[in-house]
Ligand binder design. Structure first.
Ligand code: OAD
Length: 251
């Protein structure tokens, strides 16, 4: 893949770079993206219902089972070359901010040190009523997709839910503010593997674009963000990212 000289120069000279990732960055690790994920038991369900408090209260075992299947998939996945290239970018850029919509830990396992998780973590379940973090270790998630009764809160007895941000819920304020700040102040933003369909995360590339940053999208398909990016590098993150890193930082 060939990159323009201006892209190479701007990335090489950038003092601040922000990276925004979505489910596509973990696709090559074998973790299904959200809008691809509805197979098997969940085929007939809308991801926005499964990922909502309403969906959970309608059918807790269905939703808990869905997240447990994702947790199984994440536990059995390994970071891919895109996660590793993003971690390696920190060695070249004075200030790198990694922002992810993903609830997996693959950036951290690849070596990224501080990752802003806009949508929480699949490994931090909490009570659906009193919000208390669930301290007991979770059982190993089953290999086979199935509905599962969620555990109960040891304090109030209500169902435990995944510690993720669901549709209609507010993002953690401090994480959002740091992400917004990074978007406004960066000279280059890399937007990797997101459909740009979910707000407010999709606002970050727009903020960066409006503040004059070069916004580089990496995705095999066109997205809702096409109008807000300087260019799209069409391809898989695990292939484009290492090539880009090599072109920019290997002299
Ligand atoms: P989506 O599933 O909406 O989109 C995944 C994107 O990744 C698509 O644009 C694909 O074209 C792209 N993609 C697939 N394979 C790729 C690869 N190998 N390399 C690069 N890109 C690839 O996932 P998100 O945009 O992350 O929210 O979804 C955003 C949010 O919607 C999620 O965080 C989740 C979901 O519902 C909550 O849970 C709140």
């Amino acid at each position: 893949m060939k990159f323009s000289q201006s892209l190479i120069d701007e990335l090489r000279q950038a003092q601040q770079v922000a990276v925004l990732t979505g489910a596509g960055v973990s696709a090559e690790s074998g973790v299904a993206t959200f809008r691809d994920a509805l197979t098997g038991l969940w085929f007939n369900f809308d991801p926005e219902l499964l990922g909502s408090a309403e969906g959970f209260s309608n059918n807790p075992p269905l939703v808990w089972g869905w997240y447990e299947a994702r947790r199984y998939s994440v536990l059995n996945a390994e970071p891919n070359p895109a996660h590793r290239a993003i971690a390696a970018l920190a060695k070249h850029v004075p200030k790198l901010t990694v922002i992810t919509q993903n609830i997996d830990d693959l950036h951290e396992r690849a070596g990224s040190e501080r990752v802003l998780h806009l949508h929480g973590s699949i490994f931090q379940p909490k009570c659906s009523r009193c919000d208390l973090p669930y301290a007991s270790p979770l059982d190993s998630p089953p290999e086979v997709e199935q509905m599962l009764e969620p555990p109960r809160c040891t304090y109030c007895g209500n169902y435990i839910r995944p510690g993720v941000v669901w549709f209609g819920e507010t993002l953690p304020t401090d994480i959002w503010q740091q992400s917004e700040q990074a978007a406004i102040t960066c000279q280059v933003m890399l937007v990797i593997g997101t459909s740009g369909m979910v707000w407010p995360a999709a606002r970050l590339p727009m903020l960066a674009h409006n503040a004059g940053a070069r916004v580089i999208q990496i995705n095999p398909e066109s997205t809702e963000l096409d109008d807000y990016v300087t260019e799209t590098l069409i391809g898989k993150a695990g292939e484009v990212m290492p090539t880009l890193l090599q072109a920019v930082f290997t002299r």
